[in-house]
Design a protein around this ligand. Structure first.
Ligand SMILES: Cc1ncc(COP(=O)(O)O)c(C=O)c1O
Length: 385
């Protein structure tokens, strides 16, 4: 008998190892401070771990209800209402997901039919375009304005056609750290009003908006909320990226279709984490304090770079800081990141990795969701530039 593994025709032929894995491996190899991949190097609140432990001890270890533990959906509805003044019904408008990643894939699979178009704004998070391809859809890439990363509504309007099923937006934005203003959201609302285009609003950095600004959730705009899947992530909000628990809030008819896919995609999300999060959310202080917590890290990192030849771009939201490298090096963004990791000992991510066409504007991204001592160690090295 011969053993033969059949050769596959790839569903995602252009997808390889992500830049995040490549840079993390390189950082480990060279003992570099890893400001590449976007995750905290500090631990979460021990009260949250205790709450999960308690849930496990209390026997919450079997399948929960398919859309999520009711107490958590209730707590999420309360939190959204506090932050955005919109009441979503926990029974039929909020679903607990295995992180934002599953939320976005499931939303896309629920709404995109083969041949449909979905508009994404470049640079964008790396899962969107492969997700659209898996649904048999076509990603239509519209660039954000280079430099400012502002949405260009003329370009977005021009991209909308008869096959456009949805638009994906992301504010606060990974990788650029820009945030959409109220005027931006109002302009989008007006643009989409005469259309049947759905909105996927990736708001995983919702609590990382700085300098007193308000996060402009799609939930705050009736015309957007009526057509939106609003995606959030406890991984980002509570420093537990490895737990992979997120949420989707959407009007009942959209949630009904979402749950049809969710049911056969993951069915349920791990039970003790949901109970632990539900208990922890009874106190709003942790998420209310998050902007001040991350703003202090942003300021520490920016002040530390002020004397260097790296030109700081604004960091209005998220936990990323982009810098222009053109005064320091002639290398491409990708080559610069490799060089920086090897020779200076700090890992960063090239912005070109977030573009469909590899557009290189001489800008790289650092993540400042790190202990102050990690940031200081990186700054001591970066100041050599
Ligand atoms: C913009 C954006 N969306 C979604 C995700 C995924 O979130 P989760 O870890 O909850 O799946 C990330 C994580 O880096 C992100 O930056």
């Amino acid at each position: 008998m011969t053993e033969r593994t059949p050769v596959l025709t790839s569903r995602l032929p252009t997808v390889g190892t992500t830049i995040f894995s490549v840079m993390s491996a390189l950082a480990a190899k060279h003992g570099a401070v890893n400001l590449g991949q976007g995750f905290p190097d500090f631990d979460c609140d021990s009260a949250l771990v205790d709450a999960v432990h308690q849930a496990m001890r209390a026997g919450h270890n079997q399948y929960p209800p398919m859309p999520g533990v009711p107490a958590l959906r209730q707590a999420v509805a309360t939190k959204i209402e506090a932050a955005s003044a919109r009441r979503y019904c926990p029974d039929n408008e909020i679903t607990i997901t295995a992180g934002a990643t599953q939320a976005i894939l499931t939303a896309i699979l629920a709404i995109v039919h083969p041949g449909d178009e979905v508009i994404v704004l470049d640079p964008c998070y790396d899962s969107y375009v492969p997700n659209i391809a898996l649904a048999g859809g076509k990603a239509v890439r519209v660039p954000l304005t280079p430099g400012s990363f502002r949405p260009d509504f003329t370009k977005i309007a021009a991209a909308i056609g008869p096959r456009t099923r949805a638009l994906i937006i992301n504010s606060p934005h990974n990788p650029s750290a820009s945030v959409w203003s109220e005027a931006d959201m109002l302009a989008l609302q007006e643009l989409l009003a005469p259309t049947d285009v759905l909105l996927i609003s990736d708001e995983v950095y919702e609590h990382m908006v700085y300098d007193g600004a308000l996060h402009q959730s799609a939930a705050r705009f009736a015309g957007l909320a009526a057509r939106a899947f609003i995606v959030s992530s406890f991984g980002k909000t509570f420093h537990v990226t490895g737990w992979k628990v997120g949420t989707v809030a959407a009007p009942a008819p959209l949630t009904a279709e979402f749950r049809k896919v969710h049911q056969f995609n993951v069915f349920t999300v791990n039970t003790p984490m949901q109970h632990g999060l539900a208990a922890y959310l009874q106190d709003p202080t942790p998420w209310q304090q998050l902007p001040a917590f991350y703003q202090a890290k942003r300021d520490l990192f920016r002040q530390g770079l002020e004397g260097s030849r790296l030109k700081l771009l604004p960091s209005s939201g998220s936990y990323f800081q982009c810098v222009d490298i053109s005064a320091v090096s002639d290398l491409s963004e990708a080559d610069f990141c490799q060089w920086l990791t090897r020779e200076i000992g700090v890992a960063a991510i090239p912005l070109s990795a977030f573009y469909g066409d590899g557009f290189d504007q001489r800008v790289v991204r650092f993540c400042y969701a790190k202990k102050d001592e990690t940031l200081r160690a990186a700054l001591a090295r970066l100041r050599r530039l």
